[in-house]
Design a protein around this ligand. Structure first.
Ligand code: CA
Length: 613
């Protein structure tokens, strides 16, 4: 008798479990009223949720359409009326009108001026931080329950414990350095077993990695940075996501990702996405091949994926109060999708900017992606900014080679001369290194060369970007590969001997470079002519590259002496820019230059001169 009782109990138990409806994920986790676009598409995931019929009982909100996707997913298009006040939307998931599950979905009020937010401009000095490698503000989060990789600072490819608090704690340092905008490599959850520190294999697009902090701490970082006059640019990755994402256990739709019979890697030849002669074979592999076997490739042609990603970016802008986005691996994504994303962002935020990582070698390849490119068949990409990779590669060579027709300063001149390819050259983000290419000190070898490279990126057209640790003269040391480009920032960890934050134990060279960077960035921050002026440059001769920035009656003259000799530069051939000016002031050392006919420039030095009448 007892046996039968147990069996019938088990039958009831299991049949109930089978019928059980759960809600495990609702994304986006909330939305806002007063958006230009009045619909939001929710992804609802849970046991048997796809077998229910949803309904809504809140006035002013309608279910425009629901899309079933397998038994465990439901996509819900909510239509929000224009005059709705912030509220909690009651959602019900029913079977024969009997609710099997309910969900309270919050529609919040937007912060004031959200739609009119301004982005980074040519007035900004951007500073790039890898949060795991900058400063460990909270050692208690180095290892977190449920996270697959533990911290190990002795492993150059491991997690080192840096976090958001480490950045928040040192905002004063950044402000003093002259930084006006911070770009952090991705902060979202990367619950991958290896190399999770870099952040580019996201496993939850709505959650900050607990080893970096919380969503709230990221939002607070943006707010605190704003209070100190600094903007925040969030790194987003639309091309791929980490294979440890919960989706991979049960994909929302079969074509949520680009699937191949066998693992197929991208060919990494970004140009095949725009090459008029490219074979379908190459183009397909470039865009739909996987970036890595740990990074699943989003199928952005799937309209549900497209909606998901577009809403995700809007969610973070609204939630965290972002000032800009850096978008990863831009040419690896579906072009049409990226255009529709940018268009939608600009509709919602007319002044918002995105800088695309278009890591290609020549100006023509990079220029193609900037909005209104003269050479793009459709010309509209709506992408506002791109990184100037060709110039970065030129800088890494120019200061360590002799000057010739196409070497040394000729290299910089040659790249800048091709600005006719860009619709807006001033929107190029100019840099000499980042987390993926060699650090400038590792290739430029001397402090003088690093100073000249810094002076150049801060005075030519565009928006300068400084990679964390540049001012500390960080080098790759004996480390191989990426780890040599991503060393811990000196002073970010308790017990670090050299400490940039307190300037303890800095070498003379570090001291000199730190002071130089601080002076240069702070001067740039306050000089409108260098930020907005029109660039005129002259053909380099004998290692001397001269250019001017002109704004109204004001002019700044820059002389780069890339030779190993001190030069007294005759200025006759620069007359069209010098006429009317009587003397000048060195922007960095404050000395007055009384004779503009002949200007002394020490070997391997940049002189930045504010001209006066
Ligand atoms: Ca930590």
């Amino acid at each position: 008798m007892k046996k039968y009782l147990i069996i019938s109990f088990l039958i009831i138990y299991y049949s109930n479990t089978y019928a059980q409806v759960t809600i495990d994920h609702v994304e986006p986790p909330n939305w806002w009223i007063g958006m230009k676009n009045k619909t939001v598409q929710l992804m609802i995931h849970g046991n048997n949720i796809g077998r229910t019929d949803p309904s809504v009982s809140t006035k002013g909100v309608k279910i425009k359409k629901s899309h079933k996707a397998g038994s465990d997913y439901l996509f819900l298009d909510l239509q929000i009326s224009g005059d709705l006040k912030p509220c909690t939307v009651q959602l019900s998931f029913n079977d024969d009108r009997k609710p099997l599950a309910t969900w309270n979905y919050e529609l919040k009020a937007r912060s004031q001026g959200s739609a009119e937010r301004k982005s980074f401009t040519t007035a900004d000095n951007i500073y790039l931080i890898m949060p795991d490698r900058f400063a460990n503000g909270d050692p208690s989060n180095d290892d977190m329950p449920g996270m697959k990789e533990r911290s190990d600072r002795s492993n150059p490819n491991g997690r080192h414990g840096g976090d958001i608090k480490g950045i928040s704690d040192h905002l004063d340092y950044l402000q003093k350095l002259g930084v006006t905008a911070i770009w952090c490599t991705p902060v979202l959850e990367n619950n991958m077993p290896h190399a999770s520190y870099h952040g580019y294999a996201i496993t939850d697009l709505y959650k900050v990695d607990p080893r970096f902090g919380t969503n709230e701490s990221f939002r607070d970082l943006v707010r605190d940075a704003h209070q100190k006059g600094m903007k925040t640019i969030m790194d987003m990755v639309f091309n791929h996501f980490g294979t440890e994402h919960w989706w991979m256990k049960d994909l929302p739709q079969k074509d949520w990702i680009n699937q191949w019979p066998d693992f197929t890697r991208s060919n990494f030849h970004g140009v095949s996405n725009i090459d008029p002669h490219a074979s379908k074979f190459d183009k397909e592999r470039m865009v739909n091949g996987w970036f890595d076997n740990t990074m699943a490739d989003f199928n952005q042609q799937n309209p549900f994926v497209a909606n998901y990603l577009i809403q995700n970016s809007i969610w973070w802008i609204e939630y965290a109060g972002l000032d800009g986005i850096r978008q990863d691996t831009y040419p690896y994504s579906d072009q049409q999708f990226m255009t529709s994303w940018m268009k939608r962002l600009r509709e919602e935020y007319p002044d918002f900017k995105v800088v695309g990582e278009v890591w290609l070698n020549s100006p023509s390849e990079v220029a193609y992606w900037m909005d209104n490119s003269p050479n793009h068949p459709e010309s509209r990409t709506f992408l506002t900014n791109v990184f100037d990779f060709p110039l970065a590669f030129a800088i890494q060579k120019a200061f360590v080679e002799d000057d010739g027709w196409d070497t040394g300063m000729g290299r910089l001149y040659d790249i800048v001369s091709q600005d006719f390819l860009y619709s807006k050259p001033s929107e190029l983000v100019v840099f000499a290194d980042n987390h993926d290419i060699e650090r400038m000190y590792a290739v430029l070898k001397t402090v003088d060369n690093v100073k000249m490279a810094l002076a150049f990126i801060c005075t030519t057209r565009g928006i300068p970007l400084i990679y964390y640790g540049t001012e500390a003269l960080s080098d790759r040391g004996s480390l191989e590969g990426d780890s040599g480009k991503r060393k811990d920032f000196p002073g970010g960890w308790a017990g670090d001997k050299t400490n940039m934050f307190t300037t303890q134990e800095l070498s003379n060279d570090q001291q000199a470079l730190y002071q130089y960077t601080t002076k240069l960035l702070n001067w740039r921050k306050s000089n409108k002519t260098i930020q907005e002026g029109v660039l005129t440059h002259y053909i380099p001769e004998n290692g001397i590259y001269v250019y001017f920035k002109t704004l109204g009656d004001n002019s700044v003259m820059v002389i780069l002496n890339n030779s190993n000799k001190e030069k007294n530069v005759e200025t006759k051939r620069f007359r069209e820019n010098l006429d009317g000016f009587r003397n000048g002031k060195d922007a960095l050392d404050g000395t007055t230059i009384r004779d503009l006919d002949k200007i002394n420039v020490p070997a391997k030095t940049a002189r930045i001169i504010e001209l006066s009448k």
